[in-house]
Design a protein around this ligand. Structure first.
Ligand SMILES: NC(=O)c1ccc[n+]([C@@H]2O[C@H](COP(=O)([O-])OP(=O)(O)OC[C@H]3O[C@@H](n4cnc5c(N)ncnc54)[C@H](O)[C@@H]3O)[C@@H](O)[C@H]2O)c1
Length: 358
């Protein structure tokens, strides 16, 4: 049975971090190809990866039978077409967020994945952090009690030059703004922890840079379990934080918020509230074994799925729910109405949120 998989990383921007993640799992993966239409950028990345070849077109990757995994790190507007082509070429596909630009497109990919028997693994590397893993352990131990409220602050900084990269800031190529591209990670951590959202009310605005897509949002969520959540988003904060704070009946939880791009990692605070005691928390966390984090953690979790020994760590269903929340936020903000989830298949935003972008 094959245990070491040959990967082509397509797109050498964030793709560089993916390469590090694979290389942190050397028994499981070989980064065999770096593909970027910018040959110099691909070569610059490949220079640090012994044995990696450089190619400039994904078609070259897809024609090669020795490549097992195609990892798509391209601008959002290219994801749909590249995922489809990779599935039809018989590859396992990883794809960066945002997976695609509508729920209808996720369903289209689901159908092709089903037909070809191949998997698509959406990249949600923020799930892999030892702070969040500790919280899940406390939840599994039944210490937290009822979830009451949570707050999320995704306060990041994007100066005007960020948009010098031409696909960014445009509806047609970025497919959305901070709600789609940035807070999607923190919202994924929220639903990963508290379960599904049942109602959304949101406001969005473009207040930081002169771009076509929103860069600020104020979002109010009601979870299926009754917890109330507020999520504040801006790309105009002088310092950058990704704060997650959960108040459960018997446990208050806060992540460090920094560094901003590792919100699930670091030294999370777990404060007991009677009848929960510190000793209960300590006992539940005794023997906790830290795992690999971020991309290295995702790829570690992916490996047993590739060998058939475990389910896929992140699924198209996860991407659907994540983009369903995005759809609801955009629709709520544009129509100034509360939106109930799940969205019906004939909901106006099911075919794409583009008409409702700020
Ligand atoms: N998960 C995360 O934390 C995270 C962080 C940053 C970006 N992203 C996502 O990753 C994706 C890429 O973002 P980025 O910041 O790396 O963008 P980028 O523009 O820096 O890099 C994209 C690369 O793709 C190459 N490219 C474009 N079209 C191509 C084609 N047809 N064939 C081959 N190469 C092509 C470009 O030359 C460029 O080098 C986006 O979807 C973005 O949202 C995710």
């Amino acid at each position: 049975m094959k245990t070491r998989f040959r990967v082509a990383v397509v797109g050498a921007g964030i793709g560089a971090f993916h390469v590090e993640g694979y290389r942190a799992n050397p028994d499981g993966y070989e980064v065999a190809v770096i593909c970027d239409k910018d040959a110099d950028r691909a070569a610059g990345l490949a220079a640090g990866v012994p044995g990696a070849e450089v190619v400039t077109a994904i078609e070259t990757v897809l024609a090669r039978p020795d490549i097992d995994v195609v990892d798509i790190c391209l601008p959002p507007f290219l994801h749909l077409e590249m995922i489809e082509a990779s599935l039809l070429a018989g590859k396992t596909v990883l794809c960066e967020k945002p997976l695609v630009g509508s729920l209808a497109d996720v369903e289209r990919i689901m159908r092709i994945a089903e037909r070809t028997g191949q998997a698509v693994v959406p990249v949600y590397q923020y799930r892999y952090g030892n702070g969040l893993a500790r919280l899940r352990r406390l939840l599994d131990a039944g210490l937290a009690g009822k979830p009451l409220v949570a707050s999320i602050e995704t306060h990041w900084n994007r100066p005007a030059e960020y948009y010098d990269v031409l696909w960014r800031g445009k509806k047609a190529t970025e497919l959305g703004g901070a709600v789609l591209g940035h807070v999607i990670h923190l919202h994924d951590l929220l639903t990963f922890t508290l379960g599904p959202v049942r109602r959304v009310f949101a406001r969005t605005a473009t207040r930081v840079n002169a771009v076509e897509v929103e860069d600020c949002a104020a979002i109010s969520l009601e979870m299926d379990n009754g917890a109330l959540v507020t999520s504040s988003v801006t790309l105009g904060s002088a310092d950058e934080i990704s704060r997650l704070r959960f108040c459960f009946e018997h446990l208050t939880v806060e992540n460090p918020g920094v560094p901003p791009y590792q919100p699930a990692e670091g030294d999370w605070r777990f404060l007991p509230r009677a009848p929960c005691r510190q000793a209960d928390i300590d006992a539940a966390l005794a023997g906790f074994e830290p795992r690999r984090e971020s991309f290295a953690g995702l790829f570690e979790a992916l490996h047993p799925a590739l060998t058939g020994a475990a389910p896929w760590p992140v699924t198209l269903g996860d991407a659907y729910r994540s983009l369903e929340l995005v759809s609801a936020i955009y629709y709520s903000a544009a129509t100034r109405t509360a939106v109930d989830l799940p969205l019906a298949p004939d909901h106006p935003v099911h075919g794409g949120w583009e008409p409702w972008l700020a």
